[in-house]
Design a protein around this ligand. Structure first.
Ligand code: ZN
Length: 382
């Protein structure tokens, strides 16, 4: 079966792969499609078996080669007002509408649709197609997939993460650590707050720590291309307490650190744990059952510019883009780079359309993406 990138995109969009759902129907379809071309896939399931990654190698099984990386999950459509069915790719005025058309089944579709061309080319080094699950909710799929790829002995020289960048070569993004803190207090009448442990007030001190550390970062920051140019900390959700005259027994909040390349989210987590330990000592002296629990809900490392990076020079040769670009959103790129593989983000479509109702990719961007992947095939055939 041969499909154009557009027809392939229509097929991929027809699978509802919102991150909270299974992506197995899509993955099995891709496996069967690749098998119909004689390409064997490796399926890397999620720990619960509900979802899976897929990677496949086309060309000689030798070192070098390029990974074309894309995620298969999409963000939910609930509550969004769509002009046409989000699961039916619909063309209007040179734009292809559908959930995931831009972020990022467009790139997945190009990689898959060009498999017959890869098979015909005299590839000297391989193309690896890598499709993950759960990118949108914390890059959980890519972690297990990259582990499996490393264990299988793959040694690509470049990884192209095809997230929408309007085919610009993106060499950096911040990392993200998401956390949840739960404070267990001790309830007494608030008139005797001296013998209670007020969870909300302790949470307040921990929240203030975020502001204080961010202010320090801002003060010592050197200019770089990120906006803002320093590591940010943020608390987005707080829940706690039952009445103004009871010291709160419970308070929890969700928070994150977005670290610039060169800084590590882990360092911030360590500092935060030290602050927790200080406060906990005082709490336990009053009520031994009180305490603070920190849960890391997801971690995605930053993508940092490489010195003479292979992926960067390849992408610049093929796109002619010599600008310096960093992006605000996180990708799986930092995980590939952490595995020791040269990585950039470069893909079709505009991130402004991602996650939106009436998400679209232009036909022109889909064609630009296909031209780029054809260039990769030509490079690997030299
Ligand atoms: Zn994406």
């Amino acid at each position: 079966m041969n499909l154009t990138p557009k027809d392939m995109l229509a097929k991929l969009v027809s699978f509802n792969t919102e991150s909270q759902r299974s992506n197995l129907d899509l993955i099995h379809w891709c496996r069967d499609y690749l098998a119909s071309h004689g390409v064997e896939s490796t399926i890397v399931p999620s720990p619960d078996g509900i979802k899976a990654n897929l990677y496949a190698t086309i060309g000689p099984k030798v070192a070098g080669g390029v990974v074309l990386s894309g995620h298969t999950d999409v963000v939910p459509v609930a509550g969004q007002d769509w002009t046409s069915d989000p699961w039916t790719l619909t063309e209007r005025d040179g734009k292809l509408y559908g959930r995931g058309a831009c972020d990022m089944k467009g790139f997945d579709a190009i990689a898959l649709a060009l498999v017959p061309e890869m098979l015909k080319a005299p590839l000297k080094r391989p193309v690896h197609i890598a499709l993950s699950y759960d990118e949108e909710v914390g890059c959980f799929g890519a972690r297990v997939m990259i582990d499996a790829m490393v264990k299988a002995g793959l040694q690509p020289s470049s990884v192209i993460v095809g997230e929408p960048s309007m085919m610009q070569v993106v060499t950096g993004h911040k990392g993200g650590t998401r956390m949840k803190t739960t404070v267990r207090g001790h309830a007494v009448h608030s008139s005797r707050v001296d013998i209670g442990v007020p969870a909300v007030m302790i949470a307040g001190q921990l929240i203030a720590w975020h502001t204080q550390v961010m202010d320090e970062n801002k003060a010592r920051t050197q200019s770089n291309s990120f906006e803002p140019p320093y590591t940010t900390l943020h608390v987005g959700v707080v829940q706690g307490g039952t009445a103004v005259n009871i010291t709160a027994e419970h308070c929890s909040f969700s928070h994150e650190v977005r670290a610039i390349p060169g800084e590590s989210g882990d360092t911030y987590v360590e500092r935060y744990r030290a602050r927790i330990a200080e406060l906990e000592a005082g709490m336990k002296a009053i009520a031994p059952e009180s305490g603070i629990t920190l849960e890391i809900t997801s971690f995605t490392p930053p993508l940092g510019p490489e010195k003479e990076g292979e992926a960067e020079s390849l992408s610049r040769r093929l796109t002619g883009d010599n600008g310096s670009h960093v992006v605000a959103y996180g990708t799986e790129g930092g995980l590939f780079q952490a595995a020791g593989w040269s990585t950039v983000v470069c893909g079709p479509g505009d991130i402004a359309q991602a996650h939106q109702p009436d998400e679209f990719i232009t036909v022109a961007q889909l064609e630009a993406g296909a031209k780029f992947v054809r260039g990769v095939i030509a490079e690997l055939s030299r």
